[in-house]
Every structure is written in C-alpha cells, then in structure tokens.
Design a protein around this ligand. Structure first.
Ligand SMILES: Nc1ncnc2c1ncn2[C@@H]1O[C@H](COP(=O)(O)OP(=O)(O)OP(=O)(O)O)[C@@H](O)[C@H]1O
Ligand SMILES: [Mg+2]
Length: 250
C-alpha cells in the first residue's frame, strides 16, 4: 500500500483531497472463466500534487497496465479511480477523453510520434483536439519545442531525428496543453546513456516547475531520483519506498 511522501516527512496527515491520483482496489483482468488472467489484483495508490513517483517491477507485473489506467487510457474492471478529485469511472468516454487531454501528458518508451508529420505538427496535435486556433497552435507548439532544445529541428520528421530528440519532441507534445500530471512509461528505455540523461534532466526540470510525475522504470538509479518508489509484483503493490528526506524535499 502506498502512503504519501509528506506523511513520512512529518507533515500534517493528508487526505484524498490533496491527491492528484487516488486509485483504490483497482482490478484489471483479461479473458473469462478459467482463461481469466488477473493482471491487477487490487492496487491502491495515491500520488500527491507535485510528487515524483517511480514505479518498478518485473516484466509482466502490470506496470504499463496500471499506468494506462492512471492515464485514463484504460478502465479498471473493478475498484475506484479519482483524478484530481474527479470520479473517472462515472464519466462518459467523451468526458474521459477531454479530461485526459487537459490534465495528463503521456510519454511512451517508443515515443509514438506520427511519422508522416513534422515534429512541429506532432506537437500541434493535442492543441488541435483542444480547439486551439491555428496561429496559436503553431506558436505554442514551437515554443514548447524550443524549451526542450528542438527549435532548430521544427520541420524535421521523427525519422530524421535521434532517439533522444524524438523523445524530447514527445515530451514537448505531452506538455503543450500544460497538463499538471505527466505519466511516463520507461521514457529512457529506447535511449543510449547520453540521450537518456538529457530526457531525465528534462523531466527533472518539468518536475521542478511543479508538475506531478509518475514514471515506470527498470533502472533503480533513475528511481532513486524520484521522491518515492512504488514496487509492483504480480499485479499488486508490494511496498512504497521513500527517498531520503534530503532527496524527497529537493
Ligand atoms: N490486452 C491484453 N490481453 C491479455 N493479456 C494482457 C493484455 N495486456 C497485457 N496483458 C498481460 O498483462 C500482464 C501485465 O502486462 P504489462 O504490460 O502491464 O506488464 P509490465 O509490467 O508493463 O511489463 P514490461 O516491464 O515488460 O513492460 C502481462 O502478463 C501481459 O501479458
Ligand atoms: Mg510495460
């Protein structure tokens, strides 16, 4: 079971109202009857505003499944999920899409940029869906790409960029609507050490700006940079370790 980092640091007890993520008893299964496979078996997890949380666990333990539910890309089969106090499971599909668009940025291991579009056009996609006018779309996407150091690559397609540049473009795209929550599923998994470092430094900066980050990683050195690590084993959270106080308040 997870417990908020600030409780461990002696701050006043916090309730659900302070949580960006509040998942309770989440189950997710595939198949029916004897063939039913329980991928998540009652996961409860709370993440507070401004926290940076790492999720670790063996391959197949359910990390991506959990992150998809936290990111409203998937729904639990049982249990509850509130995002910023909103009961996600009571919302229609359209309402969930809107919530996801405005409140959550998502970064994937394989970048998931649209290959036919330039990175400027890729970064404009969420703004298009949010109904932002063309000119503003262009300006905001350009500004975000400049912030991640890609101002000189705006008209390149993903295949013309390095892996690290593609991931930085994906980070820019995930942030164009200024979502308070950023979810990342092994964001450095496809990158070499140098490119990985650049993306991690970027995530540190985004966290320092006040955003909440939840990141799946296999790398304990990366997890150590988080305030807290949640361990998933066989579809359950087995413990939630806290970084030393010095790191946690950094
Ligand atoms: N659509 C699906 N249908 C059936 N089983 C699925 C489906 N999606 C995931 N699973 C199963 O759920 C389990 C958890 O998958 P998940 O992708 O969450 O693992 P993970 O912890 O992210 O692993 P990895 O570290 O390899 O990315 C796996 O055994 C997987 O085979
Ligand atoms: Mg995974």
């Amino acid at each position: 079971m997870s417990s908020p980092a600030s409780e461990m640091r002696g701050a006043p007890a916090v309730g659900a109202a302070d949580a960006v993520i509040d998942a309770t008893g989440v189950h997710r299964w595939y198949g029916e009857g004897d063939a039913r496979v329980e991928v998540l078996r009652g996961v409860s997890m709370r993440v507070l505003r401004g926290e940076k949380v790492a999720i670790m666990g063996a391959s197949g333990s359910g990390k991506s499944t959990l992150l998809s539910i936290l990111g409203c890309l998937d729904r639990p089969d049982a249990g509850g999920y509130r995002l910023d106090g909103v009961d996600v499971l009571q919302l229609s599909d359209d309402e969930v899409s809107d919530l996801r668009l405005r409140r959550i940025g998502f970064i994937f291991q394989a970048f998931h940029l649209v290959p036919q579009l330039t990175i400027l056009e890729n970064a404009e996609v969420p703004l298009f869906y949010a109904g932002v006018p063309l000119r503003e779309r262009h300006d905001r996407a350009k500004s975000k790409l400049e912030q991640v150091g890609l101002g000189h690559r705006l008209h390149h397609r993903p295949s013309q960029l390095s892996g690290g540049e593609q991931q930085r473009a994906a980070v820019a795209r995930s942030l164009v609507l200024e979502p308070p929550l950023l979810l990342a599923d092994e964001p450095t998994g496809n990158l070499d050490t140098e490119n990985g470092k650049a993306v991690l430094a970027l995530l540190d900066r985004i966290h320092a700006e006040g955003r909440t980050i939840v990141m799946v990683t296999h790398d304990s050195a990366i997890a150590e940079r988080a305030d807290r690590t949640v361990h998933v084993r066989d579809g359950l959270i087995v413990d939630s370790a806290h970084a030393p106080a010095g790191k946690a308040t950094a």
